[in-house]
Design a protein around this ligand. Structure first.
Ligand SMILES: NC(=O)c1ccc[n+]([C@@H]2O[C@H](COP(=O)([O-])OP(=O)(O)OC[C@H]3O[C@@H](n4cnc5c(N)ncnc54)[C@H](OP(=O)(O)O)[C@@H]3O)[C@@H](O)[C@H]2O)c1
Length: 336
């Protein structure tokens, strides 16, 4: 079978190689991968920023959707032909995450998904929503679930409330769509005028260009009559977190999600003490939350936003495109 492999760091070192088709262990499922989606995390892995001690050869990719080809002798949750999606933190089923769960992530401690067939624990899969293609479904495990967990499980978002989204990557576009489906108001930011138009077309109520308006946090306060927004999932990190804390209302919610501009933030605690804001770390979500998100998708018109689908053999071009940051939503690799 075809497998994407890396033998040293760098997109230019990604290769399509031929490997043996795996056979499932007793509690495993063999999945024929139909589509995989990219995350910023993939770039950090491929370029050696996330784990400089990575063991090679390495196959990247954390999010995939496909069809069950065969099952191990003790598998009870799946049968041949079922449509499934991979669950990122494989052993986090429900409740609070344990430290062990953080050692069981697809594409990090567990094998990556950029291969024609994967063997995976039967517990690390959920059923694909009936109204999604495999390409659409492959966008859910990290970007979609992080937005869902942040807004629904932690920020406790309610209809009529206001959220602010940052940029037009996977997490933020899902946050916009989930908030819209909930009946919430969305103030969306982007560094690109064209993408602001696309955000409006997706239903953003107000948009702000964070390059033209570096004080977007002040503008967000103005747009909410000085009150501040109810919740922000901060994906920017260094350049955005302090501004996010300013932009939320008294008792507002800031989800610590991303590090697009760096992970270290010089922080004055008196930026947050006066408004009693909650700052909450978010690490994707449990399978229970993922299943709730998938059910919600079946009951709404929320369709994941796919920017481009690349063929398997164009993996280098696809990751270069991701590095360019010119995309909107999600980038997909389709399998032969
Ligand atoms: N904690 C978790 O569980 C979790 C889960 C998923 C992702 N993450 C992290 O969250 C971040 C976002 O992930 P993603 O997959 O959605 O990323 P992505 O798809 O790569 O997002 C890229 C987009 O973000 C926007 N952006 C870049 N720098 C920005 C900045 N300084 N301020 C505001 N927007 C900026 C740009 O949009 P415009 O061109 O429109 O400006 C860019 O195109 C990453 O750091 C990722 O590692 C964390």
């Amino acid at each position: 079978m075809k497998t994407i492999q890396l033998n040293r760091f760098g997109i230019e070192n990604l290769q399509v190689v031929s490997t043996e088709k795996p056979a499932p262990g007793a509690h495993e499922v063999l999945v024929k991968v139909e589509a995989a989606s990219f995350n910023f995390l993939d770039l950090m892995m491929i370029n050696g920023y996330y784990n400089p001690d990575l063991a090679f050869p390495y196959t990247p990719g954390s999010d995939a959707a496909g069809i069950v080809e065969s099952i191990g002798s003790a598998v009870t949750r799946w049968k041949k032909g079922d449509r499934v999606i991979t669950h990122f933190i494989q052993t986090w089923i429900a409740g609070s995450k344990s430290i062990v769960d953080f050692q069981n992530r697809t594409g990090l401690e567990k094998p990556g998904v950029l291969r024609e067939y994967i063997c995976i624990s039967e517990d690390a899969l959920i059923a694909t929503p009936a109204n999604l293609s495999s390409a659409e479904a492959s966008t859910l495990p990290i970007a979609g679930l992080t937005a869902w967990t942040g807004l629904i499980d932690y920020a406790n978002l309610k209809p009529g409330q206001t959220i602010l989204t940052q940029g037009t990557g996977g997490v933020s576009v899902f946050a916009l769509q989930i908030a819209k489906a909930m009946g919430a108001r969305v103030i969306a930011t982007s560094g690109s005028a064209d993408k602001l138009e696309r955000l409006k077309a997706l239903g953003a109520h107000e948009v702000i260009n964070y390059r033209d308006t570096p004080d977007w946090h002040v503008e967000a306060k103005r747009l909410t009559n000085g009150r501040g927004v109810d919740a922000i999932l901060d994906v920017g990190g260094t350049e955005t977190l302090t501004k996010s804390v300013y932009a939320v209302k008294a008792d507002g919610f800031v989800g610590l999600v991303g590090n697009l501009s760096g992970a270290v933030v010089p922080f004055n605690i008196y930026d947050t003490v006066p408004n009693n804001a909650t700052l909450r770390g978010i690490s994707v979500g449990s399978r229970e939350s993922f299943e709730a998100f998938a059910r919600a998708i079946e009951l709404t018109t929320l369709k994941p936003v796919i920017d481009r689908v690349f063929p398997f053999d164009a993996v280098q071009e696809a990751y270069r495109y991701m590095e360019s940051k010119t995309f909107f939503g999600k980038i997909i690799i389709a399998f032969p």
